[in-house]
Design a protein. Structure first.
Length: 211
């Protein structure tokens, strides 16, 4: 008998720090589960793994690391989860991912001395997201949000560079969403896009990412 199970969708939320990705990804999973659609949340960096623990020490400024080496750790942290991502998607579970390869590239390449193309290399071959929603918020609003400034990268100059770098990813499955909307209105708008995507990719193969 042939396998006819429909796959889940790989959905990514991207944006500058404190743009609401974490809140919205949790709300999306809850909303999908309420609709009886199997869905789970994943966050990158995944700080619970051994590699994630080094990344956490780096972000909380406990340790310093050369820029290229930390870039490869962020990427390795995604590759650690690659088999699990494929397994879940094939099992029909939609994954809502809080940051992915795009964060990897825009943050490291904001360091200037590092070439954009070089940053893309280690990401190629990972599962390709079916939809990337970029939560756009003016940097002037971001810096007013609670907790901003605690971790590495949380300063205005750097976030402005990150914001500019995201412009390089405006492709067909990469959409920009106004993150200044009321939280529940934003969830509703994102959910609409997610449900549409789940339906349109359910019989398609999960592609490999090429940046
Ligand atoms: N970050 C995140 C990177 O520099 N590269 C990556 O590949 C990823 C996934 O880590 F400043 C940065 C972005 C952010 C920091 O992210 C931690 P969260 O979303 O605040 O945990």
């Amino acid at each position: 008998m042939t396998k006819t199970a429909m796959r889940g969708a790989l959905i990514v939320l991207e944006g500058c720090d404190r743009s609401g990705k974490t809140t919205q990804s949790s709300k999306l999973v809850e909303a999908l589960n309420n609709l009886k659609i199997p869905a789970k949340k994943i966050s990158f960096p995944d700080r619970s793994t051994p590699i994630g623990s080094i990344i956490n020490d780096y972000l909380s400024k406990k340790i310093d690391l050369p820029d290229k080496s930390v870039h490869l750790l962020f990427s390795a942290n995604r590759w650690e989860l690659e088999p699990e991502i494929r397994k879940q998607i094939e099992a029909g579970v939609t994954l809502i991912v809080d940051r992915y390869s795009y964060s990897g590239v825009v943050f490291t390449s904001a360091k200037q001395s590092i070439d954009f193309e070089w940053c893309c290399g280690p990401e190629n071959g990972l599962p390709k997201p079916d939809l990337v929603m970029f939560l756009k918020l003016p940097i002037s609003d971001i810096i007013k949000r609670s907790g901003f400034g605690d971790e590495r990268y949380e300063n205005i100059e750097f976030q402005n560079k990150v914001d500019k770098n995201y412009e390089k990813f405006k492709t067909d499955n990469f959409i920009e969403v106004d993150a200044a909307q009321d939280i529940s209105v934003l969830t509703k708008n994102l959910l609409e896009q997610v449900v549409k995507t789940i339906d349109s990719v359910k019989n398609q193969k999960l592609d490999k990412l090429v940046l």
